[in-house]
Design a protein around this ligand. Structure first.
Ligand code: ARG
Length: 463
């Protein structure tokens, strides 16, 4: 019999039961549901809404239910409508009428709002740790390759010399923002909704602050109708995780490109590559490809949540039950993706020779020639034009600028001197870009120190 069957004269149709039931996915909030119920029961006793001894028995029995679930002694009843009903049923099965007092002054609407906030907060803690590990990994790679020169690209065309360390530190910045977005999101989740009831709070003198403190929340929600119908934090988290995976997909794409024979900038470790069932020579970057591919479902989940909430009237509507599968999928995807991605990054071999070869061809030093002339008084636009002509000539003759002898260079500009050859070396090009945030060895060393300080602080915060 359903716990709400009082006003009904018939059973619900079997198809409706199946359609309505959410236990197959909301059972993963069992821990939070039970913790929330324990705090609620304790508060009911303390406020004199139910006898203190009843409250104590409810709390004790709920903790036994949780132990039994953990040990696999109790399995979720697929006929229970949702995790909230299941836990209550289990409680009533064990202590009868006393168990029926638990739901006083509470609705599943504020209950689910609590459970999902607590569950997502717990998950965010795990994901934060994982992102920190990824950042550390990226930082170590950057440190090792602070002086590994490679071409930087725009439009996927060789543009200017940079270092692999600088390139890695660009990703460090992205992941740092992801981490901060995640923390912001958790801050907004940190409001305790119990006491909002179905939508209009309740007639009992509940102590909402007591429950909030018991459950580790800093604040209580400020409006009962908003509290039961707000899923902004779910959307926000889906968005934060989608942006994170977008960053992962960009790094994945680069790894895939770099691992091609055409680039040969990196070689993936055997433990993080896969073979082909037909082509014996193949070594495929599946981890990076899958990570790139899974980014799609992250966007899908975000869109699901935004569309699900669109135009919903206040307050609770059953549509909102659809929030869980989408956000749980985003969480699971991220948690599944980071560990192999981390392993792949930490073990990939950097081919410094190939990077060096690439930076020396393709005129990555052309801007430096223009800058050389500009420093000598040529207006930049004119210097750009002269350099462009030289590049055109070299392209036709299949030469590098530095292959040309000084008299020939002088026929383009009298101001070019012997020191041009030094100026055009990739190492000079990189190290002259020594503004804060630039790729020069020293500038990257500074960025790395700053990042290390950040990591120190961040890991202390999550301890
Ligand atoms: N399973 C529901 C959900 O996930 C719980 C809240 C149900 N409330 C209700 N009045 N039917 O949203």
């Amino acid at each position: 019999m359903k716990l709400w069957s009082g006003r009904f004269s018939k059973d619900t149709d079997k198809t409706v039961d199946d359609f309505n039931s959410s236990i197959r996915f909301d059972c993963r909030m069992a821990k939070q549901d039970i913790k929330g119920s324990m705090a609620h029961a304790e508060m009911l006793g303390k406020c004199g809404v139910i006898p203190e001894e009843d409250a104590a028995l409810i709390v004790k029995t709920l903790s036994e239910v949780w132990e039994d679930i953990k040990e696999g002694k109790v399995s979720f009843d697929p006929r229970a409508e949702d995790i909230h009903m299941f836990v209550e049923q289990e409680l009533i099965k064990r202590i009868g009428d006393t168990g029926k007092k638990l739901h006083t002054g509470r609705s599943r609407n504020d209950q689910v709002a609590l459970d999902i906030r607590m569950n997502l907060t717990d998950e965010c803690k795990i994901i934060k740790e994982m992102i920190l590990e990824l950042m550390n990994n990226v930082l170590q790679t950057a440190k090792k390759h602070r002086e590994t020169i490679m071409p930087g690209y725009t439009h996927l065309q060789r543009a200017q010399p940079i270092t692999f360390g600088h390139h890695m530190m660009a990703y460090f910045q992205m992941f740092k923002r992801d981490l901060e977005r995640l923390s912001d999101c958790v801050k907004r989740m940190d409001e305790m909704p119990l006491g909002s009831g179905a939508l209009a709070s309740t007639t009992y003198p509940l102590d909402r602050y007591y429950v909030a403190e018991k459950l580790g929340f800093s604040r209580i929600t400020q409006n009962s109708m908003d509290a039961v119908s707000d899923r902004d934090f779910v959307i926000e988290l889906a968005s934060v995780l989608a942006i994170f995976m977008m960053h992962i997909s960009r790094l994945s794409e680069e790894i895939i490109l770099w691992a091609t024979k055409e680039f040969s900038f990196i070689e993936l470790d055997d433990a993080y590559s896969t073979g082909s069932s037909i082509m014996p020579q193949k070594k495929n970057p599946d981890v990076a490809e899958l990570a790139r591919g899974k980014t799609g479902r992250m966007y899908g989940n975000l869109m699901t949540l935004l569309s699900m909430m669109k135009s919903l009237p206040l307050a609770y509507n059953k549509d909102m039950q659809e929030d869980k599968e989408a956000i749980f999928d985003s969480i699971d995807t991220v948690k599944m993706c980071i560990p192999p991605f981390n392993g792949m990054l930490a073990t990939m071999r950097i081919r410094e020779d190939a990077m060096d070869e690439a930076v020396k061809t393709g005129f990555a030093n052309a801007t430096d020639l223009a800058d050389y002339l500009t420093v000598k008084g040529v207006p930049f636009r004119v210097a750009h034009e002269i350099t462009g002509k030289l590049v055109g000539y070299c392209t036709e003759k299949n030469l590098k600028i530095e292959d040309l002898d000084l008299p020939f260079l002088k026929s383009y500009s009298e101001l070019i001197e012997e020191d041009i050859y030094q100026a055009l070396k990739p190492e000079t090009c990189v190290n002259r870009r020594n503004l804060p945030g630039g790729p020069a060895f020293d500038a990257v060393a500074e960025a790395i120190s700053e990042a290390e300080r950040y990591m120190d602080k961040a890991s202390k915060k999550t301890e």
